[in-house]
Design a protein around this ligand. Sequence first.
Ligand code: SAM
Length: 216
Amino acid sequence: MQILYKLPEHYKTIINHLVDTNLEINLLDGIFKKHDVKKILDVACGIGRHAIPLSKMGYEVVGIDFSPFQIKKAEDDAKKESSNAQFVLQNANNFSYPEKFDAAICMWTTLGEEPLQYWKVIKNIFQSLRKGGIFVIDNKSWEHIPESKEKFIENETLGDNGEKIKTKIHDRFTEHFRIRDVIHKIGEKEYQDLCVTHILRERLGGPITKSWILEI
Ligand SMILES: C[S@@+](CC[C@H](N)C(=O)[O-])C[C@H]1O[C@@H](n2cnc3c(N)ncnc32)[C@H](O)[C@@H]1O
């Protein structure tokens, strides 16, 4: 498990410069309204970055994640924010859920991320959707891979307790994978990681470049 998923207290601060949660929520809300979605399964939900705000907008949301640290933080935050989102500790590779959902989401390039096995996960998700349900994937815009096939990202910010949080990312891209070396320095503590993400492609076409909506 990536070190980031063991640091839920710092997760939002660390990823803040890489995501736009409000924009993502608005996009999801627009898609859900169009498809008459009320009940959502958030696969690999993390700390409930989408599940909690969506539940507060009136959606019924169940989030699953295999990190006990992320799930605990999601549950604590849901309580604090009077959200009725439900969180379940479960591995997406082999989950099954007794109820059917109108939609499933898998946000922030997670579907391609090791050790998540995306074909198994897609199969499990489709079994959890009602007929006519939708699956929304938020995936990397792989056309932005630089020609050098390498990318460096550095960020420095302050955590909730005023501690300095520095993140250094070094990405290398192959035809099929993004290989990411990452260092998080939180105060005086340093955490290193290596993360591998599959570049998801359409069967016959190029890399997936937009959010996909798969309908069943
Ligand atoms: C990039 S984060 C995204 C979290 C959340 N969707 C978001 O957008 O903030 C990936 C999440 O996937 C979870 N994860 C990775 N592999 C998983 C698996 N096999 N089953 C369930 N969760 C998994 C991690 O614990 C982590 O919380």
